[in-house]
Design a protein around this ligand. Structure first.
Ligand SMILES: [Cu+2]
Length: 125
């Protein structure tokens, strides 16, 4: 190997490491729902190359309202799936789409984009 090959190898290894960190180890952003006066637990989520926050904590037995603001037109995020609650919604770009449901059982429920590339979790306590 000459020096340029060594350099490419080092850069490639670093890039792979970064990608691994980004997808598996990057810190999650956790948000607890805020209950309104009517007892609805509300969380605002920004959709832009991912979900922010991506871990949502709610209490069971109280209605939940998730407000997804899709801050992009990238087709990856156009669909939102919350399979455990039979929810499948189209998110319009640069608009807020509100999803409401009642979590009745404690657990951790994933939500994803239509291709399962963007991921978040709903934690019911
Ligand atoms: Cu996607």
């Amino acid at each position: 190997m000459d020096s340029s090959q060594i350099l490419v190898t080092i850069l490639g290894t670093g890039l792979i490491g970064f990608v691994g960190w980004f997808f598996f180890l990057a810190p999650h952003q956790v948000a607890a729902a805020v209950s309104s006066s009517s007892g609805v637990q509300q969380v605002d989520i920004t959709v832009k190359g991912g979900y922010s926050p991506d871990v949502i904590e709610v209490q069971k037995g109280q209605p939940v309202q998730l407000n997804f603001y899709r801050d992009e037109s990238n087709s990856c995020s156009e669909e939102l799936l919350l399979p455990d609650f039979n929810i499948r919604r189209d998110l319009a770009p640069f608009q807020t789409t509100t999803i409401e449901f009642l979590p009745e059982k404690a657990g951790t429920y994933p939500f994803t984009c239509g291709m399962s590339m963007l991921r978040g979790s709903l934690v019911v306590k």
